[in-house]
Design a protein around this ligand. Structure first.
Ligand SMILES: Cc1ncc(CN)c(N)n1
Length: 259
């Protein structure tokens, strides 16, 4: 069986290095391309079961079919708004930790988009529910919101740029997957769904762009990185994936401080 192994080729794409391994197998007249696993493939694979639970969470399902009670969505909006305030600060830390001007500019762009676009959807929904922007901002964090934001900010402040990306990647990536999934399952009924704007925005190509850029940068930063460091990044990715689940559970049950 003829077997051709093409050596690692390095593709320069808009200033970023993308490393690709391609093996081509000829078997009879069929040809198989096998792309070797990237670090982001490994992360996605290791968080697969957690993300599945996120996707099937009753809160997520109820946004998708429009049956989520409004008071629960209002509770989510408030906690998510203050979560997003801290999440934005991670992009500011990305500017500080970036190694070149292009990366600094991109982190600044995503920071701005989060505040001006993503958080504006929250402000618009909040207004419909009679909640002002000031009330959103003044929301007291629940134990879960505090723990989730605190974990990310601590790891990002004390770690490397790769630590920072590993922490925030599940937030950007899993929400995009959720947006796509809900749109695919409920697309034809979205006109009658009060949460359609939420679904449309998280499934939009513009929102999807951020996590794709973060993945490209993470691949570049982890090129040749020792396994021990990769494991630390994987741990961040799994912890924040689990916090995503806890966040859905917290808003579903409207959990707050017991005293
Ligand atoms: C908790 C949480 N995680 C992620 C996202 C998407 N930025 C969000 N809005 N809220």
């Amino acid at each position: 069986m003829p077997y051709i192994h093409l050596p690692r080729s390095v593709i320069q794409e808009r200033g970023f290095i993308l490393a690709v391994n391609i093996s081509i197998h000829f078997k009879g007249d069929t040809m198989k391309h096998t792309k070797s696993k990237t670090f982001s493939d490994r992360l996605h694979e290791s968080a697969k079961e957690i993300w599945k639970r996120n996707h099937s969470h009753p809160f997520v399902q109820a946004i998708g079919n429009g049956t989520l009670p409004e008071h629960k969505f209002a509770y989510y909006l408030k906690q998510d708004y203050i979560y997003l305030m801290d999440y934005s600060k991670l992009f500011a830390l990305g500017v500080i930790k970036a190694h070149n001007v292009e990366t600094m500019a991109k982190f600044a762009e995503i920071l701005n988009e989060t505040i001006q676009i993503e958080m504006d959807i929250h402000r618009q929904y909040a207004l419909e529910f009679g909640i002002t922007s000031k009330q959103l901002e003044d929301t007291e964090p629940t134990p879960t919101t505090l723990a989730y934001s605190g974990y990310m900010l601590n790891a990002a402040q004390h770690g490397t740029l790769a630590d920072l990306i590993a922490c925030l990647l599940p937030c950007a990536w899993d929400y995009y997957e959720i947006g796509l999934l809900l749109k695919e399952r409920n697309g034809k009924d979205l006109d009658n769904n009060r949460y359609s704007k939420w679904i449309e925005s998280y499934s939009s190509p513009e929102f999807g762009e951020a996590h794709k850029w973060l993945i490209t940068l993470l691949e570049e930063l982890t090129e040749g990185m020792p396994e021990k460091e990769l494991q630390r990044l994987e741990k961040h990715f799994l912890v924040t994936s689990r916090y995503e689940y806890l966040f859905w559970d917290m808003v579903q049950n409207e959990q707050d401080w017991p005293l």
